[in-house]
Write a protein that binds this ligand. Sequence first.
Ligand SMILES: Cc1cc2nc3c(=O)[nH]c(=O)nc-3n(C[C@H](O)[C@H](O)[C@H](O)COP(=O)(O)O)c2cc1C
Ligand code: SF4
Ligand code: SF4
Length: 254
Amino acid sequence: MKWVQIVFSPTGGTQKVADILTKSLTNTYTTVDLSDRTDDFSQYRFDADDLCLVAVPSFGGRVPGIAMERIKKITGGNARAILVVVYGNRAYEDTLLELKNGLKGSGFRCVAAVTAIAEHSIFHQFATGRPDARDKEKLISLAGQIHDSLTLGAVSDDVLVPGNAKYKEFKGSSLAPKADDRCNGCGLCAQKCPVGAIPADDPSKIDADRCIGCMRCIALCPQEARHVNKMLLVAGAQKLKKACAARKHNDIFI
Ligand SMILES: Cc1cc2nc3c(=O)[nH]c(=O)nc-3n(C[C@H](O)[C@H](O)[C@H](O)COP(=O)(O)O)c2cc1C
Ligand code: SF4
Ligand code: SF4
């Protein structure tokens, strides 16, 4: 039996949640990085003994399209999957159901699911600093519940999760981050962009049509040279203010 984390985490919030849960469940695991566009995901094949924790962020209430595409290339082989959806304190709508359906399609048994909050990767004023100490405590206790259910064999192969069969429409983000004159052309953002939207030969540029607005290039730029248009940020934050105001909680489905 092997434990594997399968994670799409452009700016690290989803990874933090996945690490808290995984480390509460096992001492030994490997990680498949769904943001690595150079990896061949069809090489990952599991079998019925394996346990995979699959974690994605919610983008517009959906699984990020590129993460779903890559998950579909993996062979589940009847392995058990623990589903994790991380969101920025607004809502995750159909993300969990879409993740479950995608994993079932790849041959996984979906035995449990967790939803968790992390700092909003576009609007950092929402869920700032989360997952925090309270979240960590709660996530460890949720992992304990999953551990106990797995040990007792008291899990379904097809866990019930919320979501609409007709998924919420998400047309993608229009927030392609541009580089300013602090960019020294180091190329890190081009190397790490999950979809290759930044040309390696001129990383100060961006292919806005290809960009999924994941904000990784902003988060990792050592020069703090990449930014989203400030006016769009202010307008977007204003729209989300009410929906993000109350502290949302981490949750379990088992
Ligand atoms: C394009 C995009 C869309 C997002 N849509 C939502 C959303 O619908 N609801 C929500 O609560 N948070 C949303 N967020 C916030 C992320 O789900 C949250 O910050 C998550 O932790 C990001 O994962 P990461 O840190 O692993 O990149 C969105 C973030 C991005 C970049
Ligand atoms: S990481 Fe920053 S400095 Fe380096 S190429 Fe990208 S924008 Fe320029
Ligand atoms: S260019 Fe777009 S897709 Fe690539 S890292 Fe930046 S925000 Fe993400």
